[in-house]
Write a protein that binds this ligand. Sequence first.
Ligand SMILES: CNc1ncnc2c1ncn2[C@@H]1O[C@H](COP(=O)(O)OP(=O)(O)OP(=O)(O)O)[C@@H](O)[C@H]1O
Length: 157
Amino acid sequence: MYSTTLCLPVQGKPAERILLGMKKTGFGCGKYNGFGGKIEDGETPAAAAVRELAEECGLKVQESDLEDVGKLMFSFPDKPELEHDVYVYIVRNWQGEPEETTEMKPVWFDVPDIPYKEMWADDSYWLPAVLKGKKVTGSVVFSEDQEAVDYISIRTV
Ligand SMILES: CNc1ncnc2c1ncn2[C@@H]1O[C@H](COP(=O)(O)OP(=O)(O)OP(=O)(O)O)[C@@H](O)[C@H]1O
C-alpha cells in the first residue's frame, strides 16, 4: 500500500477549464489524468503535490495554493501491490506555463469536453463533483483487468 497525490489545475470557479496530462510512461500510460505521483518517505502530501506538479508539467505552486478536495482509495484485488490512496487537490494559482515533460503532455480541456473515455474509469464518478466545488472521499475496487470499476463508494461533502 502506498500513497500518491493528484493535482488538478483549473480556471474559473466553478471550474470552466481543466489542465490534464496525457501520461507517457509507467502506470496509467496512455490515459489523461491530473498531475501527481508517489509520496516519498518523510514527505507530506502537500509537499509531494507541489513537487510532482512541477516535475510533470512545469507549473510552480505554493502549498497554500493547494485546495484539498478529497481522498480516494484504489484497490486491485488481483494485484494487491497496486493498492494505493490518493490525496486530491485543485489549484487555481500557479507560476509558469504548462510544458510537456518526459512523463506528461499537458492539454487544456473545457469542462464539458473532459475526455472521460481516455481516463481512469473511476474519474467520471468523482471528478464532476470536485469541479462543482464538492469534497470527495471514497474507495474504488478495480476488476481483474485493472481497468473496469467493480465497486465504488464515493461520499461527497
Ligand atoms: C486507479 N485509478 C486512478 N484514478 C485516478 N488517478 C489515479 C489512479 N491510479 C493512479 N492515479 C494517479 O496517477 C498518478 C501517477 O501515479 P504513479 O504512476 O503511481 O506515480 P509516479 O508518477 O510517482 O510513478 P511512476 O514513476 O509512473 O511509476 C498519481 O497522481 C495517482 O494518484
